[in-house]
Design a protein around this ligand. Structure first.
Ligand SMILES: Nc1ncnc2c1ncn2[C@@H]1O[C@H](COP(=O)(O)OP(=O)(O)OP(=O)(O)O)[C@@H](O)[C@H]1O
Ligand SMILES: [Mg+2]
Length: 350
């Protein structure tokens, strides 16, 4: 049975050596290749990284929603002390949308077009709480109110296509939160929306997370969003975590050259966009990964050792971690301050 006396510093979910691959005619594509992280109870972990780094496949693996030709090959996903990878499909169905809920990028693909918003919230609630339809609909009105949908008594009867994009995303959040989940997984929950609505929705998610005491995994490629909403951050690159840190340290003292590159390519208002430094080169294709550190081909500090051997994720102070030779005693190059030296190293290698 579940342990209700979780200490505040305990993890709600602990992912250990997660490996998820797609088996295609071109061979095995290691989309998630030995990922480790945990989400402390009541906190928000941001997962960032460029397109194709494995963020969505990580979150879908947690929900056990990987379809053919994909397969979770190994590792552990410990949710409140139990390994989700050992659960039956029936057990997973009772966990999904109940203890763990997910919000997707595009609400139209996850809302059912032929049912009203109210019915869909009521259904989520009824299935997991075993209540009557009437109670379910009452809950639906409450939930629509909670997520800031005006005239909720009227909107429960609306169909998804009758709502604007922002309202649909709010409805999605209402469904996801109807069963009072302990963990909310939000995968790019606002990218389909325009910028002002994005900010409102993120603020809403963040406020509800706080009020309801949920833990959250927020997947985004927007570091600005991370700074505003997350407590911890995992930076993913080509299927692996390259840096894990509390949000303050990640922004003030990033350790991995890739993290520094991401931070430098953050759009800012105080500089000319033309001066935006972007990371040179491209993310390697998962069916053609370089030997050694996967970021080495783009890294301004890379030396032979980086191209030859993959570094481990090293533990740093305060539970933070980094996967980079520079931060090991095996580093055979000159002393480097990744954050301060990135720009000059980049211009001298280009
Ligand atoms: N159905 C599939 N078949 C084959 N390969 C896949 C499939 N789905 C995902 N992949 C591979 O897994 C890798 C990781 O994909 P994922 O969707 O997790 O990336 P992401 O970090 O979420 O990117 P984005 O920011 O674009 O959402 C991709 O590079 C892709 O090649
Ligand atoms: Mg994705």
């Amino acid at each position: 049975m579940e342990n209700e006396n979780m200490e505040s510093n305990e993890s709600i979910i602990k992912v250990d050596n997660l490996q998820t691959s797609f088996f295609t005619h071109k061979g095995e594509i290691k989309a998630v290749d030995g990922v480790h992280f945990d989400v402390p109870a009541g906190k928000t972990l941001g997962i960032v990284g460029e397109s194709g780094s494995g963020k969505s496949i990580t979150s879908l693996s947690i929900m056990r929603l990987i379809d053919d030709p994909g397969r979770i090959k190994g590792g552990e996903i410990i949710f409140k002390g139990e390994n989700l990878l050992e659960k039956s499909e029936a057990e997973m169905r009772s966990i999904r949308g109940n203890k763990i809920s997910m919000i997707f990028q595009e609400p139209m693909t996850s809302l059912n077009p032929v049912y009203t918003i109210g019915d869909q919230i009521a259904e989520a609630y009824q299935i997991h709480e075993g209540t009557s339809k009437k109670e379910g609909l009452r809950k639906a009105v409450d939930m629509l109110k909670l997520v800031g949908i005006p005239s909720p008594e009227r909107r429960v009867k609306a169909y998804p296509h009758e709502l604007s994009g922002g309202m649909r995303q709010r409805a999605m959040i209402a469904i996801a939160l109807a069963c009072d989940p302990e963990l909310l997984v939000a995968d790019e929950p606002t990218t389909a929306l325009d910028v002002t609505i994005q900010a409102q929705i993120l603020r809403l998610i963040s406020r509800l997370q706080d009020e309801l005491g949920m833990s959250m995994m927020l997947i985004t490629h927007d570091l600005g969003v991370v700074a505003e909403t997350c407590d911890y951050v995992a930076v993913m690159y080509a299927g692996k975590i390259v840096e894990y840190a509390d949000v303050y340290t990640l922004f003030s003292n990033p350790k991995h050259p890739y993290t520094v590159g991401l931070l430098k390519s953050l759009p800012r208002h105080d500089i000319d966009q033309d001066e935006l430094e972007v990371i040179q080169g491209m993310v390697p294709r998962p069916d053609n990964l370089p030997e050694g550190c996967r970021f080495a081909p783009r890294c301004p500090f890379a030396r032979d050792m980086c191209h030859e051997r993959l570094p481990d994720l090293e533990d740093l102070e305060g539970g933070n971690q980094v996967r980079c030779w520079i931060h090991t005693d095996q580093w055979d190059g000159p002393e480097v301050n990744v954050k301060d030296d990135y720009g000059s190293a980049q211009s001298s290698t280009s």
